[in-house]
Design a protein around this ligand. Structure first.
Ligand code: ZN
Length: 289
């Protein structure tokens, strides 16, 4: 039962129902951290230390400070690889006018688009849309692993938004997703990374988002066509997954592009995204210059 966050570049254990943060480097006398990215390189050791440090009741016998998500960065701030999955929910494929894929459809988001959970995002030209997603962070090197071992390669789960500019995403003779989904601030995640053992069933979590308080997406990760362990097995058939790698697992129905009439984000809009048991993202959109 471990929750971690990155606060101003330092790894923190999040305690007391999410309200307090313990500095990992301080509490571990320098054994782990302070760089959040470094935790994933020795995840099993860190996880064992954190479990012992927190004890059964999750109370940490260390100095803590209030946890302010607005000061947090992405839980995995420097992944070597960032994967995203298209059309991983049947009803999102339908609203996109596309057939359900036989195998996962994978594209990349670029890490320069990463941000923390509470941000202001400058709107580029085009049609900017929301995609609330469960995000998995990899805990150990993996090549050609079986889906039955998939969860054992996940450090934890967090909330992500795969913010997407649809005009560029769909331009050209063959759609190419990476650039249109990688403007600055288009990949917020956080506020915390939660280890999978914290959930009764990590394959069945409520997720969704609201724009200006109006529900746009509301679904469960159990509706994924390819669940997290299957995605890990599929990716690792080709690439070697590395500690700290990030997987955006796909969005449920309710994106703006799939609505009639279509709805896209405008200056002043507020986007709230959530995954059950993890927390919330808050994005405010402002006009481009
Ligand atoms: Zn997506």
């Amino acid at each position: 039962m471990v929750r971690i966050a990155s606060v101003e570049g330092r790894a923190k254990l999040i305690v007391e129902d999410g309200s307090a943060a313990v500095d990992v480097a301080g509490a571990s006398a320098g054994a782990f951290g302070p760089d959040p990215a470094s935790l994933y390189d020795g995840w099993d050791e860190f996880r064992a230390w954190a479990g012992d440090a927190l004890g059964e009741d999750g109370a940490a016998p260390f100095d803590s400070e209030p946890f302010d998500p607005a000061r947090a960065g992405p839980p995995s701030p420097a992944p070597k690889q960032v994967f995203a999955v298209a059309l991983n929910y049947v009803d999102h494929a339908a609203e996109s006018g596309l057939r359900t894929p036989d195998d996962p459809l994978v594209f990349a988001k670029y890490v320069s688009a990463f941000s923390g959970p509470v941000t202001e995002v400058v709107l580029p030209e085009g049609h900017v849309d929301w995609e609330c997603e469960l995000v998995a962070v990899i805990s150990r090197r993996a090549h050609r692993i079986d889906a039955s071992d998939g969860w054992s390669h996940v450090a934890g789960l967090t909330v992500g938004q795969d913010i997407s500019e649809r005009v560029l995403q769909r331009s050209g003779p063959v759609p190419q997703f990476g650039l249109g989904k990688s403007h600055p601030g288009f990949a917020p995640s956080g506020p915390v990374l939660v280890t999978a053992d914290e959930f009764d069933d990590p394959d069945d979590l409520a997720l969704g988002c609201e724009v200006n308080g109006q529900t746009m997406q509301s679904a469960r990760t159990a509706d994924m066509i390819f669940p997290v362990p299957v995605l890990i097995a599929y990716l690792s058939r080709v690439v070697t997954l590395l500690p700290g790698d990030v997987i955006f697992t796909g969005t449920p129905p309710g994106v703006g592009m799939g609505r009639n009439p279509q709805v896209f984000l405008r200056p002043g809009d507020h986007l709230r995204s959530y995954v059950e048991g993890i927390g919330e993202l808050h994005q405010r959109f402002v006009a481009g210059r």
